[in-house]
Design a binder for this molecule. Structure first.
Ligand code: NAD
Length: 294
């Protein structure tokens, strides 16, 4: 039989991802803070638990998909948490985007518990659409044998599943991903405002740009956001702000310069400070408009 899965964190990403595991035949028991998300899991054929402890008790594989490091630490180390209540030998796969240091510490704490608990960091890229369609890119850090064991579960969630190195390496790659995406969105947003102010047909311009070297996943997937000024998340600016902090700290620690990334980190922070934190990250466009007097 397939391993029993516990899923902690059923948000924009966790809900559709856990549903893909159910569709693939896994038994999924979930816990999250919102009752409507627990109801959604039950309606999809999963089991709603009343606590982290209850969700993980019978699980062979425990997956976490929560906002940031503090929430990972709370669900892992809390009295009600995973390290205290997971089965001996359980495999913990943290798919949240967090600082690499937290992933390294979590792996060490799990090993120190002496119950054979194994940990992988396995953050994802591809957004809500990638989660729904099970075509995520999944970047994994940890032991190769644990990666091999996790592979069937990860293959049910994504199409590009890569072992990147030891604990934390998946998070380091995800930090680079977030740097590239933020800079790309900012560049696209600047082009959009420039094109509109120039009186060029924006839809036609974005189509032809996307066929050349300027084309990107951002331009493809965020085109409707730019065209329709539709900033329903998606991926919230406040989460991207968290990620720019992660990549800025990690780059400083190894002495890598981020001359443009640092500027874009500032613009993401400004967007959040100006009240756009709850909007999709394509709303960096609003910041360019403010600077352009639009
Ligand atoms: P979200 O805010 O929609 O969902 C987070 C979920 O975590 C919520 O349902 C909340 O109830 C749950 N949670 C928080 N604290 C908890 C706790 N103590 N116990 C149990 N559940 C708890 O966020 P999201 O957009 O799904 O993002 C989740 C993670 O995935 C983040 O690290 C984010 O950076 C990353 N990510 C998001 C996207 C995206 O497009 N949204 C893409 C790639 C990666």
């Amino acid at each position: 039989p397939l391993p029993a899965v516990a899923w902690i964190g059923l948000g924009i990403m966790g809900s559709p991802m856990s549903e893909n595991l159910i569709k693939a035949g896994y038994r999924v028991t979930g816990f999250t803070l919102e009752q409507d998300k627990l109801d959604r899991l039950a309606a999809a054929g999963g089991t709603a638990a009343a606590s982290v402890a209850e969700a993980v008790r019978g699980a062979d594989v425990v997956i976490t998909m929560v906002p940031a490091s503090p929430q990972v630490e709370a669900v892992a180390y809390g009295e009600d948490g995973i390290l205290a209540h997971a089965r001996d030998g359980a495999l913990l796969i943290d798919m949240s985007s967090i600082t690499p240091r937290t992933s390294v510490e979590l792996a060490a704490a799990a090993a120190a518990a002496g119950r054979g608990l194994r940990v992988l960091d396995a953050p994802v890229s591809g957004g809500e659409a990638g989660a729904v369609e099970a075509v995520l890119s999944i970047m994994v850090g940890g032991d190769r044998a644990d990666f091999d064991a996790a592979r069937p579960v990860l293959d049910a969630l994504g199409t590009t599943v890569v072992h990147c190195g030891p604990h934390g390496a998946g998070q380091t790659v995800k930090a680079a991903n977030q740097l590239i995406v933020a800079v790309n969105i900012q560049a696209c947003a600047e082009a959009v405002v420039f094109l509109e102010k120039s009186g060029v047909d924006l839809a036609a311009a974005l189509d032809v740009l996307n066929g050349g070297l300027a084309g990107s996943a951002v331009l493809t997937r965020k085109k409707h956001n730019f065209l329709g000024r539709d900033f329903v998340p998606g991926f919230r600016i406040e989460l991207h702000h968290k990620d720019m902090g992660i990549v800025t700290d990690a780059a400083r620690a190894v002495g890598a310069a981020l001359p443009v990334g640092g500027v874009v980190a500032g613009l993401v922070g400004a967007a959040r400070a100006q009240g756009d934190g709850g909007l999709d990250h394509s709303a960096l466009l609003r910041g360019v408009e403010r600077l352009s007097g639009t």
